[in-house]
Design a protein around this ligand. Structure first.
Ligand SMILES: [Zn+2]
Length: 118
């Protein structure tokens, strides 16, 4: 089983366009069971969208597409004089570390070793 992505989000650097490739029918059945029932993961936030940022077209995830707004001149002015603090935005999409950890747990689910069996 292979999980791959070609691009990363321009704003949050999380993978977009995630594709899971299975090699046989057993992996497909185990993947569908694991993906939707045993350990669900919300991959819909990692779909690839295009957004104009600084007059250029960039690849972004769904969360950055919906929630990203560039800073206004008033917010930058207030930050410069110390009037207010700008909290960095946390993206809701899945990071690459979480995706690799999830796929490792899926491999342990699909091919359990003899010592794990009850
Ligand atoms: Zn993003």
């Amino acid at each position: 089983m292979i999980i791959e992505w070609k691009y990363c989000c321009f704003l949050c650097d999380n993978p977009v366009g995630v594709c899971v490739l299975v090699e046989n029918e057993y992996e497909y059945m185990a993947y569908s069971h694991y993906r939707y029932i045993y350990n669900p993961i919300p991959l819909f936030m990692n779909l690839m969208y295009y957004k104009f940022i600084n007059k250029r077209l960039r690849r972004v995830c769904v969360d950055c597409f919906m929630r990203y707004k560039p800073l206004g001149i008033g917010a930058i002015r207030d930050r410069e004089i110390g009037k207010r603090r700008i909290v960095p935005r946390v993206s809701q999409s899945i990071s690459s570390e979480s995706l690799t950890k999830w796929i490792e747990e899926m491999k342990a689910f699909m091919y359990p070793s003899e010592s794990d069996a009850p």
